[in-house]
Design a protein around this ligand. Sequence first.
Ligand SMILES: C[S@@+](CC[C@H](N)C(=O)[O-])C[C@H]1O[C@@H](n2cnc3c(N)ncnc32)[C@H](O)[C@@H]1O
Length: 193
Amino acid sequence: MNILDKFHHWRRRRRWNKQYRTGRWESLKSDIEAPRYEKIKEFIQTYGPKNPSILDLGCGDGVLTEKLQGMEYQFFKGIDFSKVSIEKAQEKAFPKAVFQNTDIIKFQPSQNYDIVIFNEVFYYIPDSEKIRVMDLIFQHLNPRGILISSIFREGIGCWEYFKENESLKELDFTTVTTSKETTYWKIGVYELS
Ligand SMILES: C[S@@+](CC[C@H](N)C(=O)[O-])C[C@H]1O[C@@H](n2cnc3c(N)ncnc32)[C@H](O)[C@@H]1O
């Protein structure tokens, strides 16, 4: 990243911390967001192995972990560069889940995973880092592992990293709609080709 990108990235992280502190992201727990998490859960169960290890990149305060309660998984790791969101996730004390305050662009996985999730975070990764981050994730996917990405609305400038990536094969792709015409998400599932 150049110095300007670094500055914007730093400022963005401060903003996320402030927003988690003031409750701005409580909205992720609202009913309108629920079908997005439901679809991710369904994709995990349909395309992932039984009892998977899961890595949730940009996990926020653990909403997905909450939604997965009752589903069998071996291990769940969530990372987020917002210290405040990670503290909130840790307070929930989910069994089998650990949360780490770290930036996706600095993260070095210490193990491989069956499922890696970019849940409403891919667009925040600086463009200059997107390919490097994806390549690192590919190296830490178990054989038959899957990658799930959810992106709000059209995901302009994001889906090409998945759809035009020769290392990936698309297993499923869907649009999750809501009662509000302008609120929808596209969610894709990929495996290594
Ligand atoms: C819209 S929220 C989604 C949170 C969560 N994935 C969910 O859907 O419940 C985006 C999250 O990405 C995190 N984030 C943005 N850029 C990040 C980065 N470079 N490294 C780690 N986390 C990041 C933010 O702190 C925030 O928690």
